[in-house]
Design a protein around this ligand. Structure first.
Ligand SMILES: [Zn+2]
Length: 686
């Protein structure tokens, strides 16, 4: 009898990977026929709320850019989407796509009032033809974003006017000729409409919506063939053959388009039921990693695909759109690798590219980012301001679009299962309130400091005893995890899910212990990145912030500063490693998680209480001390750390103790370290 059967019989705990049963959830709307059944069902906005440090992070967002830019950024202040005479294109809907979930996750009345200011004019704009939004906009692209905001708004409020506007708009698309030119955003991103289209079909069951989506899939850009052939590989990057123009080919090399499009074959898979479309998603992710992969699960996009050298950049829009794609794809496929990737992006790339107070953001972040300055770098096509932490470096798209990142991640941390249970998809402090079994409401509180620590406790609150399954994703980077419930103990292999079917009563608990061993990932030129759990670790470099511009000076918060950050300590270290015993010579310290979880010493943080910027003094939540040796020949080139010298590197200096902190805490960083040749240094390692 194998381990699987033993667990099943003894503990009614089933360990499985991606199997599907026939029944649909009776409490939440999953795909009706003829669509394939989803692996999981997203819970309505507001079902999952942040707690602990994740709540602090959302509160920082609300007190930072998201909660304030519409008061002073002219593109939002005067937006035609709420009756002004300004921007009528993507910026209003982008902003709203993050503001709506943020407002309802925090139940923040100030933000909800802001939402109404935008939503009411949008709802009122719906015309007889079905078109909606500002009359001067004739482009379908911003409506693809606005659709998603109405979808979320309906989930949070139940306001049926949102369903009416969306139904009329999809009727418009059904009744009018396809208008999805492959050289324009609306054509390259046409299938973004399918996110809302399938949601609307789940709400209304009207089959013509599927015909509309089929027409979009057939007339929009063909991303499936793109992923199969993948013309923009690393060789094309080296040969500078990747087009940076507005041709249909250039549009497929654009980073944000790639991050959005990775979900398009997956969305269509639900309707087509053809394996080819599923394969395109997973091979696409592999091709990004192989050809343009960056530490923390990103791919380079500055502004186009640009190879895997750690001095290339990744645009913030690319990060949040890749996250959203993974959230959508997980509901379709339920493949735990997608959730592993989602955690990687969320817990590294997202916080690493904003200041801890979320008052400033970058356009492009780098794995090896040793200086932040307005200067020329080796970007494919971005400008000199792109790695500044500021209000609107390079271009305003990220300032408008960044807000969806954290809130949508939190929305998708828990999902409903087809057998009327709940699945814990990604870890972090949260509370889920949802219907299970035959419609009973339960609350599960997840207490944890994950990803800074691997201990998780789930506390169940229920009025009556209720039998329902709870599925736990065990991260793929873990060898195994220990799950304890009702005096039973189960060991589950990393990458699998653990399904526990029990009669749960008020006060029941599940404890999950996920050991976070240090591990290495091989990167550019045989360099390495150190990881612990889903966190990448970077060299902590002493730094000095310098304000180079204050935007909209009459703004009372004075928070909108563009910062350069200069290094005040050395950065060109190679790591001393004993590959046979990785923990040798490393010391991990966990510190309390502060109000700004991704702050490190020296970061500038806006204090509304004292109306000025304060310098952070606390330690990062996890600090690893290691040993490194300076590599004198490794210097700055074109305002970035030059590519790491090919490892192993012959040591010429003395070892020093160096400090590593989570990537998200390191505004200046080395994340891809050269490795020192220690064969001649055994005495040091001993
Ligand atoms: Zn952007």
């Amino acid at each position: 009898m194998n381990k699987f059967i033993i667990y099943f019989l003894l503990f009614t705990c089933m360990i499985f990977s991606g199997c599907r049963k026939q029944n649909n959830n009776i409490n939440y709307k999953s795909n009706p026929e003829p669509l394939l059944r989803n692996a999981y069902i997203k819970l309505p906005l507001g079902s999952v709320k942040p707690s602990g440090w994740l709540k602090s992070q959302l509160e920082a967002q609300a007190a930072g850019l998201t909660g304030n830019i519409d008061d002073f950024w002219p593109d939002l202040v005067n937006s035609s989407w709420h009756g002004g005479d300004g921007d009528a294109w993507e910026r209003g809907p982008y902003f709203l796509d993050g503001l709506v979930p943020l407002a309802y996750l925090l139940n923040d009345s100030r933000l909800i009032e802001k939402v109404q200011k935008w939503i009411e004019p949008i709802l009122a704009s719906s015309s007889d033809s079905g078109w909606y939004g500002p009359t001067k906009n004739k482009d379908r692209w911003p409506l693809a974003i606005a659709n998603k905001t109405l979808m979320q708004y309906y989930e949070a409020t139940g306001d049926k006017r949102a369903i009416d506007v969306l139904t009329k708009y999809f009727r418009y698309l059904y009744n009018t000729p396809p208008d999805w030119p492959h050289k324009d955003w609306r054509g390259v991103r046409a299938m973004e409409n399918a996110v809302t289209g399938y949601w609307l079909y789940r709400q209304t069951g009207e089959k013509w919506i599927l015909e509309t989506i089929e027409s979009i899939q057939k007339n929009g850009a063909d991303w499936t063939t793109y992923y199969e052939k993948f013309p923009w590989d690393s060789a094309a990057a080296v040969d500078k053959k990747i087009p940076h123009d507005g041709t249909p080919e250039g549009m497929t090399a654009h980073g944000v388009n790639n991050a959005m499009a990775i979900k398009y074959p997956g969305l269509w898979y639900q309707q087509s039921n053809e394996q080819r479309f599923k394969n395109a998603v997973f091979s696409g992710i592999e091709k990004y990693d192989k050809n343009h992969g960056q530490a923390g699960g990103r791919f380079s996009a500055d502004e186009h695909l640009a190879g895997s050298s750690p001095n290339q950049g990744t645009e913030l829009c690319t990060v949040v759109e890749y996250m959203f794609s993974l959230e959508e794809l997980y509901t379709i496929f339920g493949d735990n690798r997608l959730a592993d990737r989602l955690e990687l992006l969320t817990y590294n790339a997202l916080p690493g590219t904003t200041t801890p107070d979320i008052w400033s953001h970058q356009y492009d972040q780098q794995s090896n980012q040793v200086i932040v300055s307005a200067a020329k770098r080796d970007w494919s096509s971005n400008d000199n301001y792109s790695n500044i932490y500021g209000l609107m470096p390079n271009f305003g798209c990220c300032l408008a679009n960044m807000h969806q990142g954290w809130p949508k991640f939190i929305e998708s941390m828990w999902m409903a299962t087809n057998d009327n249970g709940l699945a814990l998809v990604t870890y972090g402090p949260s509370v889920v309130k949802a219907k299970v079994g035959k419609g009973k409401e339960v609350t599960i509180t997840e207490e944890t400091n994950y990803p800074f620590n691997g201990s998780v406790i789930l506390k169940i609150k229920t009025e009556n005893t209720v039998r329902f399954p709870i599925e736990l994703r065990i991260p793929g980077w873990a060898d195994s995890a220990i799950v304890i419930f009702k005096s039973k103990k189960v060991t589950v292999k990393g990458g699998l899910s653990c399904k526990i079917v029990e009669k749960w009563k008020d006060g029941d608990q599940i404890s999950i212990e996920i050991p976070m061993k240090l591990r290495l990932e091989k990167r550019y030129n045989n360099s390495v990145t150190m990881l612990r759990g889903p966190l990448c670790f970077s060299l902590s470099i002493d730094k000095e912030y310098k304000s180079i511009k204050i935007n909209y000076n009459n703004f009372s918060y004075k928070g909108s500063v563009d910062w350069e950050i200069k290094p005040k300590s050395g950065w060109n270290y190679g790591l001393l490693l004993d590959k046979g015993n990785l923990t040798r010579g490393f010391k991990v310290t966990e510190n309390p998680v502060g109000r700004y979880p991704f702050a490190d010493k020296g970061d500038m943080i806006w204090s509304a209480d004292s109306a000025k910027y304060l310098v952070a003094t606390g330690e990062a939540p996890v600090v690893i001390t290691a040993r490194g040796i300076k590599i004198p020949g490794w210097v700055i080139k074109n305002n970035s750390a030059d590519v790491p010298p090919l490892s192993p590197v012959k040591p010429t200096g003395d070892p020093e103790i160096i400090k590593l902190v989570p990537y998200g805490c390191a505004r200046l960083r080395i994340t891809e370290f050269p490795v020192m040749d220690i064969t001649m240094m055994e005495d040091i390692m001993r």
